[in-house]
Design a binder for this molecule. Structure first.
Ligand SMILES: [Zn+2]
Ligand SMILES: [Zn+2]
Length: 112
């Protein structure tokens, strides 16, 4: 990746500053490198938050299931938030069935 200074169009050079890498120009212009360690940590945190908000993790004996939360209207209470998963009901040749569980009244239903 090559970056040029927006001030004087010279080639920017990477330099280490306060534990972060910044792109700096000989004219004094400095640009924060977006891939520095703090940003990376923040991105990982954001991802963790997103996962904890939209997924349900179910522990069953030695297995762990992760069920996403989807926008589905519950046929019972009309709540628009359901846990979703798929199960192979009959033979492996047939397509799996989608199951939904209402986040509010806990009703479970299926869709083919
Ligand atoms: Zn410059
Ligand atoms: Zn419901």
């Amino acid at each position: 990746m090559v970056n040029f200074c927006p001030e004087c169009s010279s080639l920017l050079r990477k330099k280490r500053f306060n534990g972060k890498y910044v792109l700096a120009c000989r004219c004094g212009y400095e640009e924060n490198n977006t891939s520095n360690e703090d940003d990376l940590k923040k991105k990982i945190e954001d991802k963790k938050n997103a996962i904890s908000q939209n997924l349900i993790v179910i522990k069953e004996e030695d297995k762990i299931f992760v069920h996403p939360i989807v926008s589905k209207y519950c046929p019972k209470c009309n709540h628009n938030e359901a846990e979703a998963w798929q199960e192979q009901t009959r033979s492996a040749d047939e397509p799996s069935t989608s199951f939904f569980k209402c986040r509010k009244c806990k009703r479970t239903w299926r869709e083919y």
